[in-house]
Write a protein that binds this ligand. Structure first.
Ligand code: T46
Length: 141
């Protein structure tokens, strides 16, 4: 599955810690949008979609949550709990986020502007689209 953890360098001294995020350096795309998710209740799950083209890096700058990721042939559950690590998620990966801690602030860096047309919000359509890609030989796994 085309996901990976990116470990950030922490610039720390006696005053505290600092992490810098730079496009094409520690973030593998041009950053066109930044948003953050907070105040999500622990019994709430979010996501339930894939993106046609968008690539993102998710960073739990505070607290934690879990994310379930699915491509054509695999599913993987990942715990996001380390602010020194971002999770890169490529396009065409179904995601569901859940078990948000009360204090969770999830920062997301995105490779493009918000565009509802880039979302695949129907699970059957997601399965259909990745199957089409696999059978056409353009393997997204
Ligand atoms: C994703 C996961 C990790 C905007 O107007 N602009 C934005 O940039 C975003 C991200 C959302 N919105 C609107 C669309 C909805 O009316 O904010 C509302 C909540 O968005 P959504 O239900 O898509 O939120 P999540 O948490 O299910 O998903 C979000 C991102 O949308 C998505 O790209 O990968 O976080």
């Amino acid at each position: 599955m085309d996901i990976k953890f990116i470990k950030f360098d922490v610039k720390g001294d006696e005053r505290g810690s600092l992490i810098a995020l730079e496009e094409y350096k520690n973030i593998p795309f041009q950053i066109k949008r930044v948003y953050f998710i907070f105040d999500t209740k622990s019994d709430v799950s979010r996501g339930y979609h894939a993106h046609k083209n968008l690539k993102q890096v998710l960073i739990p700058v505070k607290g934690s949550c879990k994310i379930l990721l699915e491509n054509y042939e695999e599913t993987e559950e990942v715990l996001l709990s380390d602010q020194r690590c971002g999770l890169y998620i490529d396009a065409l990966i179904w995601r569901v986020m859940y078990e948000f801690s009360d204090d969770c602030v999830l920062l997301v860096l995105a490779s493009d502007y918000y565009n509802e047309n880039d979302y695949i919000r129907n699970y059957d359509q997601f399965r259909y689209e990745i199957k089409q890609l696999i059978t056409s030989g353009d393997n997204p796994t």
